[in-house]
Design a binder for this molecule. Structure first.
Ligand SMILES: Cc1ncc(COP(=O)(O)O)c(C=O)c1O
Length: 403
């Protein structure tokens, strides 16, 4: 599109680029396409009945507050409920409502963290690969982004330390490490306990903040839960973002951000100048959803639902994908990450797959350094269960014709 007024755009607008993945998601609207592309929850998990009941009550009895502006930090009763859950379910000691801000999705949490912490040229270390929505938000603030390889145990801490030292020796300020601890997007891997502890030590030694993004943590289908960085941290180094998009529904646009109380206060004031407050209607709905005990039930249902889909997709990959390929076996979340033989380009493969009415996400956009050409992300959540076999069969045949 001809950008007629680009000469009037701010310099930072150069960093704002449309994502190929978001463009691809438009295809989800075509019902004939089998999509393993979006990180979208299954529409079957959406809690319509409970929400009809709650919305009726809220609109009748709490209209004065639900339809009104709210405070920038978020609804008090919701923050209280979340603090109690964080203490009881996650073992985050001492967390109280002053440590919590309700954001419009965790995407906003990342935007606010960028706005609050990053000056142009500050170094921000992220996974290689990592979620492109995070890097996109940080780029707008002209962070100097650098990637740290992620393997089956999460981000590699020895490389992280080398990179921190390297940047500090070059006179750059390392401000923040952005990390996904559970069921990483796009790889599906989980950061081990040992590496979590090491990351917190490094944050203290080299004086940086850790942003822990954990939208998938409640969706564990196998293995033992590992305490979050937030729960392990005794030095207030962590900003913790937890979204309701994957465990409940993204349309509600709610997440909570936790951290040291003065930092959260500063983030609240920052948010005032962004959107005044998060959607108050949504906050009331969620607050009631939690108070009526529906959230825990819903998470349990979702775990059962997605576990079956994960198992089915893994079984189909074993059945239809050639043995030259390797893929992750996630213990939770939404994604399986496939590595193709070196000579294959997942972007080119995707174009052919679209012709066969099946889509996935090519891995390269998740790699800051442009690597990952031969990787792909498969989401097992969005496609109906009875289409997963057919989609993987088609993909498997396509790949077999190339290896
Ligand atoms: C790792 C990660 N962080 C954050 C988000 C954004 O989530 P939200 O809907 O809470 O803004 C996503 C969405 O896919 C994600 O995968």
């Amino acid at each position: 599109m001809d950008e007629r007024f680009s000469h009037l755009y701010a310099g930072r607008a150069r960093e704002i680029k449309a994502s190929i993945i978001r463009e691809l998601l438009k295809m989800l609207l075509n019902p004939d396409i089998i999509s393993f592309a979006g990180g979208w929850p299954d529409v079957e998990t959406f809690p319509s009945d409970e929400m009809i009941e709650i919305a009726t009550d809220v609109f009748r009895n709490k209209a004065g507050s639900a339809f009104q502006y709210g405070t920038s930090e978020g609804l008090a009763e919701l923050r209280e409920a979340l603090a109690a859950r964080a203490r009881e379910r996650e073992g985050i000691k001492g967390i109280d409502p002053d440590n919590i801000l309700i954001a419009s999705g965790s995407q906003q949490a990342m935007e606010l963290a960028g706005r609050l912490l990053i000056d142009a040229g500050d170094v921000l270390l992220v996974g290689l690969p990592t979620y492109f929505g995070a890097t996109g938000a940080f780029k707008i603030y002209r962070a100097h982004l650098d990637g740290v390889p992620v393997d089956g145990d999460g981000m590699q801490m020895d490389v992280l330390e080398e990179k921190v030292r390297h940047h500090q020796a070059a006179g750059r300020r390392v401000k923040m490490v952005y990390v996904q601890t559970n069921f990483h997007n796009p790889m599906g891997v989980t950061l081990t306990l040992e590496r979590r502890k090491r990351l917190l030590e490094l944050a203290e030694t080299y004086d940086f903040i850790v942003m822990e993004d954990n939208p998938y943590g409640d969706l564990r289908y196998s293995g033992e839960p590992i305490p979050s960085l937030m729960a392990l941290d005794s030095n207030d180094r962590v900003i913790y973002a937890c979204s309701f998009s994957k465990i409940l529904c993204p349309g509600i646009r709610l997440a909570w951000v936790a951290g040291e109380s003065a930092l959260i206060r500063k983030m609240v004031v920052t948010k005032q100048f962004v959107d005044l407050c998060t959607n108050t209607i949504s906050q009331h709905l969620l607050s009631e959803f939690i108070h009526r005990g529906y959230l825990d039930k819903r998470i349990e249902l979702n775990i059962r639902h997605y576990r079956a889909k994960r198992d089915l997709m893994l079984e189909m990959l074993d059945k239809y994908f050639p043995s030259e390929l390797i893929w992750t076996r996630p213990q939770g979340g939404f994604f399986i990450f496939v590595t193709l033989p070196e000579h294959l380009d997942a972007g080119a493969l995707l174009k052919e797959a679209i012709g066969k009415e099946v889509v996935f996400v090519a891995g390269q956009p998740f790699f800051l350094d442009g690597s990952g050409r031969n990787t792909m992300r498969l989401s097992f959540t969005g496609a109906p269960a009875d289409r997963i076999e057919e989609g993987i069969r088609r993909l498997g045949e396509l790949i077999k014709s190339k290896v």
